[in-house]
Design a protein around this ligand. Sequence first.
Ligand SMILES: Nc1nc2c(ncn2[C@@H]2O[C@H](COP(=O)(O)OP(=O)(O)OP(=O)(O)O)[C@@H](O)[C@H]2O)c(=O)[nH]1
Ligand SMILES: [Mg+2]
Length: 213
Amino acid sequence: MGSVVSDAAAFGVPPLVDTDGPVQPWQTDPTRAPVATKIVVAGGFGVGKTTLVTAVSEITPLQTEALMTEASEETDDLAATPGKLTTTVAMDFGRLTLDDDLVLYLFGTPGQQRFWFMWDDLVRGAIGAVVLADTRRLKDCWPALDYFESCGLPYVVAVNHFDGSELFEAEDVREALTIPAHIPVMIMDARRRISAIETLLSLVGHALDETPE
Ligand SMILES: Nc1nc2c(ncn2[C@@H]2O[C@H](COP(=O)(O)OP(=O)(O)OP(=O)(O)O)[C@@H](O)[C@H]2O)c(=O)[nH]1
Ligand SMILES: [Mg+2]
């Protein structure tokens, strides 16, 4: 019997490798097959999770935004984000390819507390999580920190610096949240692609450090 490829060609099945574009190293070298990883973007309500996934995704991100109504006025504090009209009710999903052979699948969590029951499903199979924080309401990220601490998932803390809010040093935030020294803490801007990618790279590096060989 011939190879799968030639049999498929005989039946007119297009080859798996795209012959139009240049052949990528990972297409011919089995040791460089693309590695797909799942990353969770978590944090409190309105801290910028959807913004981060949207800023970095190379595909049109899947969003599950729903308009907020007056009914949530008492539970959801909009003081820090007065322009916010929608909230994530299931998840955000985006994709980012790094260095041709590392594909990050990004899953943003819903921020409203009543949707937290979905986190157990969202984190399944993830290599790690970015916990977004806003220094004006630092305590909002505690539940996410507790969650990842208790399930043992590697995480980094990314302070999404909002314009007009006081700019703190990463080490001050580490101290305020009592984050252990080996966990990266960084100040970033979820709207800026480069800044968000740096955060994701830091998480990938940290997850590799934390994962036993
Ligand atoms: N100025 C400023 N605004 C931001 C930044 N990041 C997000 N925003 C705004 O803050 C609001 C909240 O952003 P989202 O990305 O929806 O926050 P979220 O964490 O996904 O919110 P939930 O899903 O409802 O928990 C939006 O109006 C954004 O435009 C930032 O870095 N600076
Ligand atoms: Mg959101």
